[in-house]
Design a protein around this ligand. Structure first.
Ligand code: CAA
Length: 375
């Protein structure tokens, strides 16, 4: 594992940073306030090859690794965490179909997602099945050459705008082994988004209830085999946790850079507050947490790219980096003092955005459970 980027990685980093600055850096604040998701931004990111980074070239992806994916997501998140979440979640159906889909499914669904023309979503959770995902109740009943799906899903990122949704529903008995995964296309009769959650932050990335009322899908929509759904979900989340870690690093970096610049400019007692040891110690801890987070994310990505087991490392990266970013963004508000608490400055938004990263794609308590069990 190398600690300096290759030329290709450095170019990708610059590309992602430049695109983010141009596409949403100046509008994200307002869009967050108003809960506006801009689909065209995903399309533009797609034109630059940023919406299918680890997807094979034959399905119109960039054919790169998770290390490159993490580098790009860090940049996107530094300018707008909501769009990093959006790209990461649109990546989940891609990784699922690439690993478990048949050739027909791959050819039909992956390329438009990889190009950013379509938006993807992952619909696992339900009201009573959050951390205990294996207890989900939505049902899929086989009827000849079709399945009929019924149930209500929750917390589906961009479910209201997604074209391709991987829906997890029960085809068998209770528990994880009874779960199957289905591709459900936007516009399928009986399939619709319910309410959009009004969240503490990340409102430019909508989070929706998904309603399935006698939704008929062809049997060819089943991904993998019946009963394989839970493993498919867990495998996708293993990869997804690397992307959430990378998002946390980008967000933490934005807070770190903004607040340290401020500390060098803000004068009290006749000198920049950055000259005080009390501030320097805070900054040193923020820096160290940020660097450690990035290394954990990159190591998990490296293991995945090398074809080695990475479940524990991905959970550790997600756990550490999102907790670190919660702490870094909170300290950033503290460094700015009173103005940091106002909406005139972006750091209070960073702090609110950080909170969701400790919850999404498995709470940090679940990450500790995954790590603990594996040890
Ligand atoms: N990879 C492959 N298979 C896995 C696996 C992994 N990482 N983790 C578990 N499995 C398999 C197990 O081997 C087991 O297989 P067998 O039945 O063949 O033995 C099966 O799955 C069941 O495993 P467990 O007994 O460990 O299952 P559990 O019920 O105890 O749950 C859990 C384990 C880790 C707690 C899991 O439920 C979990 O990760 N929960 C959190 C769910 C989560 O992250 N939700 C967020 C979804 S994101 C979202 O909804 C928003 C969005 O838009 C993206």
């Amino acid at each position: 594992m190398r600690f300096t980027p290759t030329e290709e990685q450095a170019q990708l980093k610059e590309l992602a940073a430049k695109a983010s600055r141009q596409l949403f850096a100046t509008t994200i604040e307002k869009d967050e306030e108003e809960g506006i998701f801009r689909r065209e931004i995903i399309r533009e990111l797609g034109k630059l090859g940023l919406t299918g980074i680890p997807t094979p070239v034959e399905y119109d992806g960039a054919g790169l690794g998770y290390l490159e994916y993490a580098i790009a997501l860090e940049e996107i998140a530094a300018y707008g965490a909501a769009y990093a979440i959006s790209v990461a979640v649109s990546g989940l159906p891609q990784v699922i179909l690439n690993l478990f889909g048949n050739e027909q499914q791959k050819k039909k669904y992956i390329p438009p997602l990889a190009r950013g023309e379509h938006i993807g979503a992952f619909s696992l959770s339900e009201s009573h099945a959050g951390s205990d995902a294996g207890s989900l109740k939505a049902r899929a009943v086989k009827n000849g050459s079709e399945y009929v799906l019924n149930g209500t899903k929750l917390w589906t990122t961009q479910g209201n705008v997604a074209d391709t949704v991987i829906v997890f529903a029960r085809t068998g008995g209770e528990g994880p082994r009874g779960v199957s995964a289905f591709i459900v296309e936007k516009g399928t009769k009986g399939f619709r988004a319910g309410k959009t959650e009004h969240k503490m932050a990340a409102n430019a990335s909508p989070t929706c209830e998904m309603i399935l009322e006698d939704v008929v899908v062809p049997a060819s929509s089943l991904v993998g085999e019946e009963g394989q759904g839970f493993k498919i979900a867990m495998t996708a989340l293993d990869s997804g946790r690397i992307t959430i870690g990378a998002t946390a690093v980008g967000l933490g970096r934005a807070a770190f850079e903004y607040s340290t610049k401020f500390a060098k400019e803000r004068k009290q007692f006749g000198q920049p507050i950055a000259d005080f040891q009390g501030i320097q110690f805070m900054v040193a801890d923020m820096y160290t947490a940020l660097e450690a987070s990035r290394l954990l994310v990159q190591r998990a990505a490296y293991l995945k790219d090398s074809g080695l087991p990475f479940t524990r490392e991905a959970s550790a990266a997600k756990l550490f980096s999102t907790d670190a970013t919660m702490s870094i963004t909170t300290d950033a508000v503290q460094l700015l003092g009173g103005v940091g608490y106002t909406k005139e400055y972006p750091v209070e938004r960073y702090m609110r955005e950080a909170k969701v990263l400790q919850i999404v794609e498995g709470t940090n308590q679940i990450q500790r459970m995954v790590i603990g069990r594996s040890i």
